[in-house]
Design a protein around this ligand. Sequence first.
Ligand SMILES: [Zn+2]
Length: 290
Amino acid sequence: MPGRFQQTISRSTSVKGFGLFTNADVCVTFQPAGENHGIVFQRVDLPGQPKIKACITNIAAEERRTKLVDGSASVEMVEHVLAALAGLQIDNCLVQVDAPELPGCDGSALPYAAALLDGEPVAQRAKRETLVLKDDHVIEDDNAIISASPYFSGLRISYDLNYGTDSVIPAQLADFSIDPVTFVSGIASARTFVLEQEIAYLRSRGYGEKVSTSDLLVYGENGPVDNELRAHNECARHKLLDCLGDLSLCGCDVQGHIRAFRSGHRHNHLLARLVYDLARNKTTAVERAA
Ligand SMILES: [Zn+2]
């Protein structure tokens, strides 16, 4: 929404859990931050407590998750935290973590959203920058498409999930205009999903040892194992959630319609980079508040 005020939280708030990949126990503490601070992670477990800005220029290649790197410090599985911050329109926050991987929690962004709401989001005096998309952009790669088009108001994301008729995950669509209300009611609770054979492969490589079928959606031949869907299109909603979190790495709000088909983190990062470059190079396309 062009011209809205930046937000932070009124007081610090924490989430504890363990990393889905590394199994390490981790505590995340969200701290209030000043205007134009942005979202910055801080590894408080490392000497010097290095900070890593949540910016697309700090992205590192990693399978199935989003990893940020600055110098020798890194932090990964940041996408669900980023989605919660973006969905609630919290622009300025110091995210302190004491391990290299954010907790998986229940595979969704709901625990993060609940903690941030408990921290009481508060408006600041500076305006948030919005990039208003003026043209169509298409990123097509590896059987996936993600496009960004002009839209009359705010940010809308449509995710079309279709892995083919042989997949145990049925074709489904998620389509939301993004604001704090729709985020909390329809997006935040959508959980990560994985195929049963993928879990076996990850475990064979030492990942995900602590993860049970109740920690995320594990799809077997007959649907989710030991679990029930929170929505008929929960998988598509989760892919939309990931897209929202990754897109926030562009560092500004976006007014436009994102349409995604079969895309994943790598495509989301390309989209965030495109928007980041548009915001920096085509300043006429950016509405700067007076
Ligand atoms: Zn995810």
